[in-house]
Design a protein around this ligand. Structure first.
Ligand code: MN
Length: 290
């Protein structure tokens, strides 16, 4: 995990667990290039601008992405914010990296006239870009995640627009790509920006129940495990608490209060065949009424 006050050397240390020295040095070089390009620019928070691309690269390093994605992360706002042309990046860092940066910039440039149009058009462009190089989307998702983490100092209107877009477009894309932790964080951040009071209410209520829930989840998990073993059924049991956004959506769609939503936790059992799936369902029903 790369912290807010991270340096490129801390990142380099993390990278040494999976990249060779030559590649790490290329990432370093992209960092210094971006640092110079953004010289004098600040984030709304008052931090130097370069802290943002560095944090984006950090998110991608946690996902163990390749050195070109990390270089593109470092450079992702250079075309857009400093006027350095794509050609110059290609000369310095090669065609691949320049293409990635260009792809991310193009996604960023999409301006929305209406919400309906925004969704359709954005999805289309996203898909097009994705077909060309999926790494463009990954850099963009990491960019969005860091912007959501640092949304606080933005003006209200902008915060709402970014949060809405995050919930409507980016969280679902993360979900489709199987990046569940990024999806969940985007949803929780988006939800608390859009509905701060509701988020506070729900997270307080969840917090209150959390202690007892952990025990309940463990207890149920144990019983399920026992039952599967007793019947000789192979299955991996995962128990989890639901997140703010999914609890809230359920309250909204089913018009229920927090206390009426019984399933603040959920279980998932993964097995090998369809046949075993039905057998396991039977075993679960022998324990709990459907
Ligand atoms: Mn950015």
């Amino acid at each position: 995990m790369v912290a807010a006050e991270a340096t490129v050397e801390e990142l380099a240390r993390e990278l040494s667990s999976y990249l060779d020295t030559n590649r790490i040095n290329q990432v370093r070089r992209a960092y210094y290039y971006a640092e110079q390009a953004h010289e004098g620019q600040m984030r709304k928070s008052g931090d130097r601008y370069i802290t943002h691309p560095l944090a984006v690269a950090g998110i991608l390093a946690d996902l163990r992405l390749d050195h070109q994605s990390l270089m593109a992360a470092m450079l992702h706002d250079v075309i857009e914010d400093t006027g350095i042309p794509k050609d110059a990046l290609a000369e310095q860092f090669g065609e691949d990296v320049a293409e990635l940066v260009d792809g991310v910039s193009k996604l960023t440039q999409i301006e929305f006239r209406s919400r309906a149009e925004a969704q359709a058009e954005n999805f289309q462009k996203m898909t097009l870009a994705m077909a060309k190089d999926i790494r463009v989307i990954l850099v963009k998702l990491a960019d969005r995640l860091h912007n959501m983490r640092t949304l606080g100092p933005m003006p209200y209107e902008k915060r709402l627009r970014i949060a809405t877009e995050t919930l409507d477009i980016y969280a679902p894309i993360a979900n489709r790509l199987g990046m569940h932790s990024i999806c969940t964080e985007l949803e929780d951040l988006g939800f608390s920006s859009l509905y701060p009071m509701r988020a506070k209410y729900i997270s307080k209520a969840v917090e209150k129940l959390r202690g007892s829930h952990r025990e309940i989840i463990e207890d149920i998990r144990g019983k399920l495990q026992e039952k599967l073993e007793e019947r000789g059924l192979p299955g991996r049991i995962l128990g989890r608490e639901k997140h703010l956004n999914s609890i809230y959506n359920k309250m909204k769609f089913k018009q229920k209060s927090f206390h009426e939503i019984m399933d603040v936790y959920a279980f998932r059992i993964i097995t090998d065949t369809e046949d075993n799936c039905y057998r396991i369902l039977g075993a679960v029903h022998s324990l709990y009424k459907p």
